[in-house]
Design a binder for this molecule. Structure first.
Ligand code: GDP
Ligand code: MN
Length: 379
């Protein structure tokens, strides 16, 4: 999950990383009230999950209430690379002597964490990497040993941060590393990290990506989901405890096992169709799960046919067949359902369905046949 800048700054603050005081606003009036509260000059900043807001007119300095009103008016509703600004963050503006770049991310091939630090911040790091790669100092961090202050001190010197910034920057980097690891981030980036003319170092921007696999140990992350765009189908599926991902096509997919579900998408594509979703019902293909799965797919107006692809292993196909019939009693499904049932007790399963087959409930002998049939019905 990507965080908005203001959420990233809230997250940084939990780990003692210095950020400017500020608040969010959804309307011009709220924005003006926040500006009055934090004190001029202020920066009015578009809250969208995309970089380069500055260049796009989404970050503006205001010296007084008139300017705060003017900038909030122009930024709220602004379209930045397809993201419409619904909320602004207003903070007390900082004087800037120097802009640096700092980040931590995962270096998968090396099985380490990767720190990146540059004395040339404020511009996109990709541009620095291209035009002046030597200006970025990389630090490979053993996840078991972590990052200590001594190492951080050597790092800020190597990156040639200004003398006045080094000690504070080193301490901040250790905190950022703690935020990144204990806070279960995939990415924690500050660009720019600034040195002010009076000699303090703090974060002017925050880009944080949280590792969703760790959400079980972070109940506090739920607050960050508020305002997050969510596919209504995915929301419904989540409420029903289903493993569902919404796609753009017309063939609804239900399969048991993530691997089979992915193969099902491929086969539907191969025969000229498009999948409306990924849905793995796992081993528990009972009536409750099947009914929930059919309900979610049925709620998608794009779906023109439903392909139920079950390979019974531990899951028994006769139970799946009973589950489908039971589910159909509970849910009124608009689109025709094509079933491919194979594996454990497939013969029994097909026999259970046989008396109920019609042009809305169809079985096919193989996965490929079933895909072709479902696609033909959808197109
Ligand atoms: P981004 O363009 O989306 O990365 O947004 P940033 O938050 O990084 O802001 C873009 C630029 O605006 C920064 O690189 C700064 O140069 C400038 N900026 C942001 N906050 C302040 C501030 O408090 N004071 C001043 N003087 N400039 C700021
Ligand atoms: Mn930035």
């Amino acid at each position: 999950m990507d965080l908005f800048e203001y959420q990233g700054k809230q997250y940084f603050a939990r780990y003692g990383i210095a950020v400017s005081p500020g608040d969010v606003a959804d309307t011009v009036e709220e924005a003006v009230a926040v500006a009055e509260r934090v004190g001029y000059p202020v920066v009015v900043k578009a809250q969208v999950k995309v970089g380069g807001r500055g260049k796009a007119g989404g970050v503006k300095l205001a010296a007084n209430v008139e300017e705060a009103r003017e900038h909030a008016t122009s930024i709220l509703g602004l379209d930045i690379k397809g993201h419409v600004v619904k909320r602004v963050w207003i903070e007390h503006a900082s004087d800037i002597a120097k802009e640096y770049y700092a980040s931590f991310t995962l270096d998968r091939p090396n099985k380490t964490h990767l720190g990146m630090l540059s004395a040339q911040g404020g511009v996109e790091i990709e541009v620095v990497a291209e035009e002046n790669p030597d200006a970025i100092s990389f630090l490979s961090i053993d996840p078991v040993r972590g990052l200590d202050l001594e190492t951080a001190r050597r790092w800020v010197a190597e990156a040639e941060l200004d003398e006045a910034a080094r000690e504070q920057a080193a301490e901040l980097l250790v905190k950022l590393y703690t935020c990144y690891t204990e806070g279960d981030c995939d990415l924690a980036e500050i660009n720019p990290l600034v040195l002010t003319p009076t000699g303090t170092v703090h974060a002017l921007d925050a880009k944080v990506t949280l590792d969703e696999n760790a959400s079980f140990r972070h109940p506090e992350w739920e607050a960050y989901r508020e305002g997050e765009f969510e596919d209504p189908r995915e929301k419904m599926a989540k409420e029903k405890g289903l493993n569902y991902i919404g796609l753009e096509g017309t063939v609804g997919i239900i399969a048991n096992g993530a691997g089979l579900a992915m193969s099902t998408l491929d086969v539907v594509n191969q025969v000229g169709g498009t999948a409306a979703n990924f849905l793995d019902i796992g081993g528990g293909a009972n009536a409750d799960v099947m009914a929930a799965a059919l309900e979610v797919i049925n709620a998608d107006p794009m779906v023109k046919s439903i392909f139920v692809n079950i390979f019974g292993g531990i899951t028994r196909v006769d139970e799946v067949a009973n589950g489908v019939l039971e589910a159909l009693k509970r849910v009124n499904i608009a689109a025709p359902i094509v079933l491919r049932l194979d594996g454990t007790n497939a013969v029994e399963g097909r026999a259970i369905l046989a008396p109920h087959l019609n042009d809305h409930l169809i079985t096919e002998p193989t996965m490929l046949d079933a895909a072709r049939r479902a696609v033909a019905l959808a197109n």
